[in-house]
Design a protein around this ligand. Structure first.
Ligand code: SAH
Length: 350
């Protein structure tokens, strides 16, 4: 019996080359095929015109190209951010966001359909975990978005739907493919994995030695408040999360970014800033990124105004390696942090 076609975009380069040889093609054909898959965005194997008809048929029987459908594509009138609703072959959809930055683009990818962690300020959480994404479904999001990014460099952030460290095997394999110099050629240092901060999962990521950057969603300055906002953090303490993050920084010799969603009247008060300061002595390997809450009628928090964001930031002067404010892009098309839901009702076609 013929085996089911395998996802070609889930294979690292040596595995791909071995499979191609096993199919009876010369090993050097691998680079031709890679060129079609990763640079020419071939939609099917028939398009690969430098291969014979028999070779194309053999490939089509052995592999699939992760045929994802673009169910919606919105473009922000404010900042050019694009949001793609990508429907997978089983009908489930995820959202992917492409943001034009100064001199490069950043693509924000999803790691799961939904999420199991129930953060109170995040829309994705409302869906619960529907299913994990496979490595090729993660890779395909980047390839899809990259078509609109031109030749400028591309950064990848795992800050879309889902918790990447709750799907670590698939995320790690996607990172290997994306960062492979023979395949998608996006340097691992340009890839940031953002996590709710489960200490042993951060350690597991460090063990894989993928050379990716780490961002940890802190979102509160003490354990009680953090547990209210992020129920998953009930299983560990803030100190343990920061300890794992510091260890990751030490092992990768690079700072870790701490993200802090600013919720008006909840975690942006003067006493929050005082406690937060204490977590980030300048000697610690942390940069702090403040993210003013991105609202949605389904979420009951409020976004602080620019003046109170600035006041909060100013209270942190001199703590952490740096303190920056990230005013999310794509707000007008619900493409900002925490606004991804991944269904058509929430994302009407532009
Ligand atoms: N699960 C991962 C990645 C997805 S969330 C994580 O927790 O890091 C990516 C970032 O968006 C996180 O820092 C999260 O705290 C933030 N975020 C979630 N909802 C938000 C909202 N409504 N407004 C602003 N930021 C939000």
């Amino acid at each position: 019996m013929q085996a089911a076609p395998q996802a070609i975009k889930a294979l690292d380069y040596p595995a791909l080359a071995d499979r191609i040889v096993a199919l009876g093609l010369e090993r050097w054909r691998t680079d031709q095929i890679v060129d079609w898959v990763y640079r020419k965005h071939a939609a099917d194997f028939e398009a690969m015109t430098n291969l014979s008809a028999a070779q194309r048929a053999a490939l089509a029987a052995a592999f699939h190209l992760t045929p994802v459908r673009e169910a919606a594509h919105q473009i922000s009138a404010r900042d050019g951010t694009r949001k793609f609703l990508l429907q997978q072959t089983d009908g489930q959809s995820v959202e992917t966001v492409l943001m034009p930055m100064d001199g490069h683009h950043t693509v924000c990818v999803s790691s799961q359909v939904g999420c199991r962690f129930a953060c109170k300020f995040c829309l994705t959480a409302r869906r619960g975990l529907v299913r994990q994404l496979a490595p090729d479904e993660i890779v395909q999001q980047v390839l899809h978005a990259r078509r609109y990014a031109g030749d400028a460099g591309l950064n990848i952030v795992f800050m879309g739907m889902g918790e990447p460290l709750d799907n670590l095997d698939a995320v790690a394999q996607a990172v290997r493919v994306l960062s492979s110099p023979q395949l998608a050629t996006i340097g691992a240092r340009r890839i940031t994995v953002s996590t709710t901060g489960i200490p042993e999962r951060i350690a597991a990521l460090a063990d894989l030695d993928l050379r990716v950057r780490l961002a940890v969603s802190l979102n509160a300055s003490d354990d009680a408040e953090r547990r209210r906002l992020m129920p998953v953090s009930g299983r560990h303490t803030l100190a343990e999360t920061l300890g794992a993050a510091a260890d990751f920084a030490r092992r990768t010799r690079h700072h870790v970014t701490l993200e802090y969603v600013l919720l008006h009247g909840v975690n942006d008060r003067a006493e929050d800033a005082v406690r937060l300061r204490a977590l980030g002595p300048p000697a610690a390997p942390f940069k702090l990124n403040l993210i003013p809450f991105n609202p949605d009628p389904r979420l009951r928090y409020e976004r602080p105004d620019a003046a109170s964001v600035e006041a909060f930031r100013a209270r942190l002067d001199g703590s952490f390696r740096s303190v920056t404010v990230r005013w999310s892009m794509g707000l007008d098309i619900d493409a900002a942090c925490g606004q991804l839901f991944g269904d058509r009702a929430a994302s009407p076609a532009a």
